[in-house]
Structure formats: structure tokens, C-alpha cells
Design a protein around this ligand. Structure first.
Ligand code: PEP
Ligand code: MG
Length: 321
């Protein structure tokens, strides 16, 4: 079984009827990138940079960040590497920032909201990213976007940093794609507008499920309500994929759902372009997709989107797992 899977390490991910998918991996540090590469990942779909900032007494310097990003880019070579800007707050704390205790940390001062408010933190990270960009195929991704204004503000900081580097004669890649996480329902609803101003979407189901269903993803008492088969969640995912494609951008997913064999057939059928998951899930997902027909899964996805009970959807898709 395992040896059978290992044979797929260097192959592409193509459905039975020829639809090509990109299977990428989620990482938290350069070591993970090595593991992802060894496990056949075709790219990094999410580098959670917050781990660089955690378990220490102060902010990481530009140089420290530069070295970490460069290492990941070099490991992946020409394969795409999506590095997400700082997504702190919620369940991830940074004591040295002295952030006030909040009633609802997941709805609070976090991620891009902190970066747009404390620009020196954001600028340092963007400088490190741009400097590292010449070592590979970097894509930058903003987390927790809920409006068009945030994209424009973040891009204008990025532009400022680019100009600073130009003045200092420091090189950076001229074709860095910039995308956003779609993990807030507001962003999903206006994804047709947001798609006009970014190069890609990556759907963050971990948060999208929590915000869509008003279910704290950490609360075990209500975890039975935290369900990716919820028809509202599936409808939003389909909406985001369609809106991205209408504007000619690609749409990926980096939440846990992307590596879930129960949902992969439905996501394939919905037209998802990129799936990013833990390194260990890449080869099983490749094998699964190679055995599926895209045309048939499109019909399955259409049927699923007409169903109204999460458990019934889960039972129906089981046959394609
Ligand atoms: C998500 O929300 O789905 C996601 C990938 O980001 P994180 O789990 O880091 O919040
Ligand atoms: Mg998230």
C-alpha cells in the first residue's frame, strides 16, 4: 500500500478524464517544506508564518524572516510557495505585543487588522518576503480579509515597501502573485468584487466554517455543529470558486477540508484548482483524484448543492471516497 503510494511521488495530479489539479502542502517552518517536498507536494499552499513570531520574547527581525522564507523557496525550487502574512490573534497569542484581552478573540484584533494598524510589523515582513522572492516562486497571501478596502490598504503598503527596496537597489521578483484567504463569510459573499483585485483566492475552511455557522472551532461542546457538510458552507465554497473563475483567477483551498477524502470528490467537481493539505495527505489525495472522473464529480457536486441535510450529503458522497 505504502510502496504503491510512493510511486506517485513524482507524478502530476490528473483526474481520470484529464483535469489537472495542483496538490500543495501546508507548512509552519522550513523543515516542513522538506517533508512536503519528499511527500510529492507540487507547491506550498500555505506557509503559516506566525510560528516565526511565537514562543519568543520579541518580534523576529527582517533578517531572521528573510532566511526562513529564502530556505523554503529554495527547497521548493520553481514550485509555487504561498506565504501568508502574519495571522496572529484568535487562538494564537504574542505576549510581547501586549494585546488587550478580548471578549471574542476570534472576532477581534487579529491578522491583517493588526498588520494594517501596526505598519512597522507588516512592513518588516513584506521587506523580508520581497527580498526572499528572488530565490523561487513566491506568492503572497493576506489572511482574514473582509473587505476590498483592506486589500487596497495592504497592497499600498506592499507598494511602499517595493519603492523603498528600489531606492536601496535591493532586488525582488517582478511577478509575485498576491492573493487572499477567503475565510470570512463577508469575503465569500463579495468574492466577485474581490476577485477583480487579486491574483488568487485560497479558501480557509477552518475559519469559514466557524464564522458561517457561528460555532467556535475550539469549543468541544458544540463541535457537532462544526460541520463541513453544512449546506451553507458548501454553497459558499461553490460561490467563491465560480466568482474567482468568472474573473479569470485560480481558486485553491488550504483549510482542513482540502485534504479530507470525503470532500475531495465534491471539491474536484466544484472546479477547485488547488488543494493544500498536510504533507501526509498529499499522496493519498493524488491517488484518489487519479481514480475520479471530473465530469462525473461535476454532476455529484451539482446534486450535493441541491441537498439540504448535512448528514445526507455526507452519506451520499461516501461512495466516491
Ligand atoms: C483556515 O482558516 O482555514 C486556515 C487555513 O487558516 P488557520 O487554520 O491558520 O486559521
Ligand atoms: Mg484561518
Amino acid at each position: 500500500e505504502k510502496a504503491e503510494l510512493r510511486k506517485l511521488v513524482n507524478s502530476h495530479t490528473v483526474s481520470k478524464d484529464g483535469r489537472k489539479i495542483e496538490l500543495a502542502s501546508n507548512i509552519g517552518n522550513p523543515k516542513d517544506a522538506k517533508k512536503a517536498s519528499e511527500n510529492g507536494a507540487e507547491g506550498i499552499g500555505l506557509y503559516r508564518t506566525e510560528f516565526l513570531y511565537m514562543d519568543r520574547a520579541n518580534l523576529p527581525t527582517e533578517e531572521e524572516q528573510f532566511l526562513a522564507y529564502k530556505e523554503v523557496l529554495k527547497i521548493m525550487g520553481q514550485r509555487p510557495v504561498i506565504i501568508r502574512t502574519l495571522d496572529i490573534g484568535g487562538d494564537k497569542e504574542l505576549p510581547y505585543l501586549n494585546l488587550p484581552k478580548e471578549m471574542n478573540p476570534f472576532l477581534g484584533y487579529r491578522a491583517i487588522r493588526i498588520c494594517l494598524d501596526q505598519k512597522y510589523i507588516f512592513k518588516t515582513q513584506l521587506r523580508a518576503l520581497l527580498r526572499a522572492s528572488v530565490y523561487g516562486n513566491l506568492k503572497i497571501m493576506y489572511p482574514m480579509i473582509s473587505s476590498l478596502e483592506e486589500i487596497r490598504q495592504a497592497n499600498s503598503v506592499l507598494e511602499e515597501v517595493k519603492q523603498d527596496l528600489q531606492k536601496e537597489n535591493i532586488d525582488y521578483s517582478s511577478n509575485i502573485e498576491v492573493g487572499i484567504m477567503i475565510e470570512i463569510p463577508a469575503a465569500a459573499v463579495i468574492s466577485h468584487m474581490l476577485a477583480k483585485e487579486v491574483d488568487f483566492f485560497s479558501i480557509g475552511t477552518n475559519d469559514l466554517i466557524q464564522y458561517t455557522t457561528a460555532v467556535d472551532r475550539m469549543n468541544e461542546k458544540i463541535s457537532y455543529l462544526y460541520n463541513p457538510f453544512n449546506p451553507a458552507v458548501l454553497a459558499l465554497i461553490k460561490l467563491v470558486i465560480d466568482n474567482g473563475h468568472k474573473e479569470g483567477i485560480w481558486v485553491g483551498m488550504c483549510g482542513e477540508v482540502a485534504g479530507d477524502p470525503r470532500l475531495i470528490p465534491v471539491l474536484l467537481g466544484m472546479g477547485l484548482d488547488e488543494f493544500s493539505m498536510s504533507a501526509a495527505s498529499v499522496l493519498p489525495a493524488r491517488k484518489q483524484i487519479q481514480g475520479l472522473s471530473y465530469e462525473e464529480m461535476q454532476k455529484v457536486a451539482d446534486k450535493v448543492l441541491e441537498m439540504n441535510i448535512a448528514d445526507a450529503i455526507e452519506a451520499f458522497v461516501k461512495q466516491y471516497q
